[in-house]
Design a protein around this ligand. Structure first.
Ligand code: UDP
Length: 475
């Protein structure tokens, strides 16, 4: 039987995108069998088991293979500042297990292609021993991919860390990018994670093709820059394998996506927040949600609450406990906050079904950490964004969304990353009631239509997907 093997990074956002890619392939090639090789996340980001079990139970053509759990030395865990480091460590140690899994799958299936998440670049040294091509799956956008591809050249031409640079970086197809807005793990040159990402970005163009979760009409300049092979001021980009922009791939159902709680509620009765949303005027509610890892300090949460209250806007705010603080969230908010805002605000203290909420008629704006899945989900729902990046490549995404794609307004933090209540108040009001807000709203709605068109027969993404199938020489 013919098979495709996938190797996602274990973070829920990456896993969901890979599963959506699997579903897309199966829609067009239902006779294939898709094998997804998974391993436990090496840091606590909530278990992905409920999500995997649900996919497993509903789509028989997707088969999961669990690699044995790798336990890292406590010294490695305690010395690590950035969670991605641990993922890379585990991935390297997993190579013998991956090899074993591939041998066992090949005993019963003909593998046509192996698709590795960008983080799983180390797998290429294993798959090189087999007789099938390895593709990389890039779960962020084309602008960010262009930046990644330039990273090795920029690295070669400087001895400084990005965090110590004040200049703008000129990346093909991307607005000038302040060096300090480079992805968080790239900022400190001496950190192990910097080297891991450098290796990952060197490996990217060595794959048989790069599959990108974007669509050409969303990021035309970045896509063109890469396909034309334009050089960056720091030197030419490396020759690239084919790019396949097959997105937007978004979760069709992310109720209870992780063990943080089943916020959406799987029961038939309507959850309270949905009943509340039903009573709000059309496009009046600001939805605030900050991804699977977005956590704020108690001080920051209080400041957001003050800002939201002052703004006078309606809001649905997904709040997760601050790190290491297992307290009642109500005690963090200003006294009487929940009572005073009861009529026009709803605080949801659990995992929220983001896609469903974004598509509710009452939602008119999305305050987001700029994780790429959240961005695509907002675009597909036609909801404009207020960009408040927190980690990973989200500061780059803010520049792209605000300056290039013009589908977001920025939230502006102070030097230490803190956002004052005055800023929250001002930006939220501007977002919901100004010409700038209306302009990003119009542009996002236009992109929603472009997203639909891209996936339809003959659309950019549909054509790219069929080119990918051709490259696999599937019967
Ligand atoms: N998500 C959700 N409810 C939450 C938090 C996150 O449904 O309370 C989903 C969100 O819809 C998206 C994913 O989790 O599909 C987060 O991915 P993203 O790339 O936006 O951010 P990450 O969590 O990877 O930083």
């Amino acid at each position: 039987m013919d098979a495709i093997v996938m190797y996602p990074s274990p973070a829920i956002g990456h896993l969901i995108s890979m599963v959506e890619l699997a579903k897309l392939i199966l829609n067009h090639r239902p006779s294939l069998s898709i094998h997804i090789i998974v391993f436990d996340p090496p840091y606590d980001a909530g278990s992905t088991a409920p999500y995997i079990n649900k996919v497993y139970a509903t789509i028989p053509s997707i088969i999961f293979h669990h690699l044995p759990t790798i336990t890292l030395l406590p010294s490695i865990i305690s010395s690590c500042q950035i969670p991605e480091t641990l993922t890379f460590e585990v991935l390297l140690l997993n190579n013998p297990n991956l090899h074993q899994a591939l041998v066992s799958i090949s005993n019963n299936y003909t593998i046509f292609a192996f698709i590795a998440d960008f983080f799983c670049y180390a797998a290429q040294s294993v798959t090189a021993k087999f007789n099938f091509p390895t593709y990389e799956f890039f779960t962020s956008g084309a602008g960010c991919l262009s930046l990644m591809l330039c990273f090795p050249t920029i690295h070669k031409n400087t001895t400084k860390s990005f965090k110590d640079m004040d200049n703008l970086l000129h990346i093909p197809g991307v607005p000038p990018m302040p060096a300090k807005d480079m992805p968080q793990p790239f900022l400190e040159r001496d950190d192990n994670v910097y080297q891991y990402f450098l290796d990952a970005t060197i490996q990217l163009p060595r794959s048989a093709g790069i599959i990108v979760n974007t669509f050409e009409s969303l990021e035309p300049r970045a896509v063109k820059a890469m396909t034309d092979g334009l050089g960056a001021p720091d030197g030419p980009l490396p020759p690239l394998p084919p790019l396949y922009c097959i997105g937007p791939l978004i979760a069709s159902d992310n109720r209870g996506g992780s063990s943080h709680g089943g916020g959406g509620g799987d029961s038939d009765s309507k959850p309270e927040y949905l009943a509340w949303l039903d009573t709000q005027p059309i496009q009046s509610v600001v939805f605030l949600c900050f991804g699977s890892l977005g956590r704020f300090s108690a001080e920051q949460l209080k400041e957001i609450a003050v800002g939201l209250e002052r703004s006078g806007q309606r809001f649905l705010w997904v709040v997760k406990n601050p790190p290491q603080l297992d307290t009642d969230l109500d005690s963090i908010f200003p006294e009487g906050f929940l009572d005073r805002t009861r009529e026009r605000g709803f605080v949801l203290k659990s995992w929220a079904p983001q896609v469903e909420i974004l598509n509710h008629d009452s939602v008119g704006g999305f305050v987001t950490h700029c994780g790429w899945n959240s961005v695509l989900e907002a675009v597909c729902a036609g909801v404009p964004m207020l960009a408040w990046p927190l980690y990973a490549e989200q500061r780059c995404n803010r520049i792209l969304l605000v300056q290039e794609l013009k589908i977001a307004l920025p939230m502006v933090e102070s030097e230490n990353g803190f956002v004052s209540s005055t800023e929250v108040d001002k930006r939220v009001r501007e977002f919901m009631n100004s010409e700038e807000g209306d302009s990003v709203r119009r542009q996002t709605k236009a992109m929603k239509n472009e997203a639909k068109a891209a996936l339809n027969k003959g659309g950019f993404s549909c054509v790219a997907l069929f080119k990918l199938f051709e490259s696999w020489k599937l019967k």
